[in-house]
Design a protein around this ligand. Sequence first.
Ligand code: DGJ
Length: 805
Amino acid sequence: MIKVSDGVFELSTNNTTYAFVAGENGELLHLYYGKKIDLTEGAVNALKQKWSNQNGCSIVWDPEKNLRCPDDEKTEVSAFGYGDTKEPLIKIRFADGSSASSFRFVKHEISDIKDVQYSYEAGSLPHSWDKDGGKEKALTLTLKEEATEVQIKLTYCVYEEADCITRSVTVYNSSGKDIVIEKCYSLQLDMDADAVKVSSFHGDWGREMDKCDVMLTGGAFVSGSAGGTSSNHSNPFVMYGEPAVSEEYGECYATNLVYSGNHRESAEFGGHGKLRILTGINPDFLGITLGTGAFFNSPEAVMTYSDTGYRGISRNMHYFVRHHIVRGTWQFKERPVLLNSWEAAYFKISEHKMLKLAKAAKSVGIELFVMDDGWFGHRDDDTTSLGDWYDHKEKLPGGIGDLSKKIKEMGLMFGIWVEPEMVSENSDLYRAHPDWAVQNPERKQALGRNQLILDLSKKAVQDYLIETMSDVFTRSNADYVKWDMNRNFSDYYSNGATPEGQRSLSHDYYLGLYRVMHVLTERFPNILFEGCASGGNRFDLGILSYFPQIWASDDTDAAARCTIQTGYSYGYPQSTWSAHVSASPNHQTLRHTPLDTRFAVASLGVFGYELNLCDLDDDALKEIAADVELYKGMRSVMQFGQYYRLGGTAVTSTVSGQQGFLGNRLDNALLKACIVSEDMKDAVGVLVNGTVRPNYSHTSFKFAGLDDNKTYHFANRPKKYDVRVMGDLVNTMAPVHVKQDSALHALIAKFIKLDGETEDYTLPGSVLNNAGVSLSQTYAGTGYGDNTRIYKDFEARMYLVSEKQ
Ligand code: DGJ
């Protein structure tokens, strides 16, 4: 709800209030953001900051009228050079070279969110959306710069059920002369605080989204990206909590940005116990010249508040992303179980191999077959052919159309990999259009994965991509497309652009990319698109506005994935991060993990496989078939239920950002999580062991989010063990001596399986939520009985819960 009266602006969601007031000189002063309050007139007066004398060493602009010192105020718009020395929301260089500015409120307007959106058409920035048309409202404020007449518009979209509010800034150059936008963040949030625990998510290729915490009590925290993508170094999602904030406790704010390029987030203390949070485009990549009459839109940013720690933040962000970012056919449609050819075959693909793999996939119940890299041009490794999107005739004599037809005839869907934004030097496209690459002819060109970036700021390049990709999607009759992007930006040079135009290349690139994505997703509404950038090098709300899911990481190791996926879970729902079961030893870490651990961990995200099924033995294929069947039965819960982090070292990052695989002393878990269906009738819990510590054998599994008043059936997924798991301990039971790993050992293993423990209870939700089930004792070297829980390094358990009628 948005309420405006007597210059007071009140934005409320189901559980939060955001309020500010227009002061007598038109300055917008921030009053409050937090838990919902009753904002009576008396409350507004009580919230306003009082002034009776100036602060020492502070700037005062209008001492005759009032004594306000801008560096000791909370505002909605901070501008450069106006007495507030913290980093400002906006910094403009005017025609006379000066940058000091001050923006004053002129008018406001309340509209439906859909009416705000139409200024964000194709070729412009993605924006949150309101599926129900007029339900959610937006507030737009117009402000004018005192001396130059430059105008800005602040737009706030209020999403009540999500408990999220978005903000963006538009600058209109109505000054009559050119101006330069040096800084234009999307969101500014000022608050009173003397300490803040900032949690941000960092990493690199293969280890995205490590939660890193810093306690800030003065000065500034800065995070962001400069490599041209939202990046695996620093995700734009950041949380700001009270010092004691934890998973379930404490006040916390979070912000994110609907943008895929270079971004920056900061939290900065001034000298008066005022904290400023900013998020937006990295100013190093602005400096954009705006001619008179032109405008500049900042990307949209989103903020949320929780008084129940990170859990509340995740609930709100998940809801917001599911309902107001993801859109199209697949928004709430169950995603098929897929098999991707990459880790099964890499570049060594052929029609014969693909069909064999697809047949094996079909036999275990997989629904979608995806042919990854290597199918086009002369692509036999990563040095060639990007840009040449015609069939590799030696590998696919009948082309992608023919392969797709054959795969569809097997009863599978067909998906294809593309990397449209790139060009190889060794390609027909590059030979024809060297000026289409982002490269400076005056410099030696830097390469990443042997390739160059196509200059999507150019309309001709955008049009070429739209047409070639339309052709690929049509020829292959694709049901699914994996859209990859495998290098960071360097050089930042657009051939033929003016010196001013060079400044805006990295932003214009994204305007171009968004246009291409917009046109293609409109043209092919039924294709399930999956974003990818060497895994999670571009995992953000901009991409998710077009593609409902993103490949979370090239690291498919189940143990490493516990940390990576837990990182994503803070800000992004599990329906957006895809996760695959791959080979053991894992290709990135060479770690061995059991197949059912790989299943349990991958089932927490958008689930699929990425290994050579043709090389697996019958036992493994049977196990996979059973896993796929189980997954299909619980798929709607797994993909669209509420995800809860329940513990494990993947959650407990320390102030230094260190996380370990060892497991904590309480339960030795690497990951402990559950997903609960929206109607609270079904849930699935997953527990993954760290490395074994003997004699820590008791733990319980406590759920979250179930209905205290419902009765549930709780059971573990039964397990059977190969006797060889016990090694030569077989001799403690065998009547004759068995040499470990001998033929006799194998024969015994063929006929005798060890039963795993059984956990089976009917329990009130209140018990599962608050007390939990005390699990069977683990094996710890002192004996093995009927209900011993064999629980080796990186082993997992799945607990299935459903309402008892
Ligand atoms: C990087 C992706 O993240 C991988 O999954 C795979 O598609 C390769 N590119 C193919 O080159």
